[in-house]
Design a binder for this molecule. Structure first.
Ligand SMILES: C[S@@+](CC[C@H](N)C(=O)[O-])C[C@H]1O[C@@H](n2cnc3c(N)ncnc32)[C@H](O)[C@@H]1O
Length: 286
């Protein structure tokens, strides 16, 4: 598989996945997405100011933009902060290819060098950074993070979109993710899909919206308490009562895309919930 760097509107680079038929980032910009969808909602700068150690869980590490953005910001704000990172990624070729093509150049050169090492050795240990890149299906590798009792201050949840990669948006997977989230911490994702928000509720998380980046719709910030969460609009609340909110399920955490999609369609056909098109029509009239 050839990975050609593609430039985005803010000058940072992404890739296109032939397998998932999706870009790794929105065209608004890989850099902007890392900062606006993940760092700012997770209050990385504020957390770095007040903590001597920060723990990050980067789910779907890809090129490494989200971790690179976080490390750059943390050490700008608090150069002595120790950071522990667990990054989950299935494809071992993405990060080294990004590094080889100098695609982490939007971030500090110190960070780019450290993450270059991470992409090749899968582990980095320095005085300020303890990072592991766990290669494999995140549904399995997250169990290694749980076994280490890893309690993240911030979780970046960045899979391909739910219809393309439902495996990483299921109730069962989000329940595992929630086990890695510390009591006062933040989980950010770019998706505002009702099915994902409903899965978060079933994983005992509260959530609020985050601003959209470029033309993209809002994202979601989740945590165990409602503090610092934007209240949902009435329209969003009602969206959660429609068929779109039927979540993806993967009881044995081994299902393939097709099986998970079909299971959800079946559940949607059997529900008495309002159709999402009716909900849309009601809100168009208002
Ligand atoms: C949208 S991209 C992530 C972009 C990344 N956060 C970045 O900043 O470059 C999604 C990533 O999920 C990875 N992926 C797909 N299925 C996966 C799975 N089951 N487990 C772990 N990673 C997976 C893909 O290889 C891809 O790198």
């Amino acid at each position: 598989m050839v990975l050609d760097p593609k430039i985005t509107e803010d000058g940072s680079y992404t890739f296109f996945s032939d397998e998932f038929q999706e870009h790794y980032h929105s065209f608004a910009g890989a850099k902007r997405e890392a900062e606006e969808k993940f760092l700012i909602p997770c209050r990385i700068a504020t957390q770095a100011r007040t903590k001597s150690t920060l723990r990050l869980l980067d789910i779907c590490y890809g090129l490494g933009h989200n971790t690179a953005a976080a490390l750059t910001k943390i050490w700008q704000v608090n150069p002595a902060c120790r950071v522990e990172v667990i990054a989950l990624e299935r494809d071992p070729a993405i990060a080294p290819t990004a590094f080889k093509n100098n695609l982490l150049s939007p971030w500090s050169s110190e960070v780019a060098v450290l993450l270059g090492e991470l992409s090749h050795r899968f582990e980095v240990q320095t005085e300020k950074l303890a990072a592991q890149l766990l290669i494999g299906d995140a549904r399995q590798t997250i169990q290694l993070a749980i076994a280490q009792n890893f309690q993240a201050d911030a979780i970046f949840l960045d899979p391909f979109s739910p219809p393309k990669c439902p495996q990483l948006w299921t109730v069962e997977f989000l329940k595992l993710v929630a086990q890695c989230l510390d009591k006062q911490s933040y989980l950010a994702t770019y998706s505002c899909a009702a099915a994902i928000r409903q899965a978060m509720t079933l994983a005992n998380l509260k959530f609020g919206g985050t601003p959209g980046v470029g033309r993209r719709s809002p994202g979601t910030l989740a945590r165990f308490t409602t503090e610092h969460l934007e209240p949902l609009s009435q329209q969003e609340i009602e969206h959660l009562k429609t068929r779109a909110a039927i979540p993806y399920r993967d009881p044995d955490l081994k299902g393939d895309r097709q099986t998970i999609l079909e299971r959800r369609i079946l559940e949607q056909q059997q529900t008495t919930l309002e159709s999402t098109s009716q909900w849309k029509k009601r809100w168009l009239k208002k």
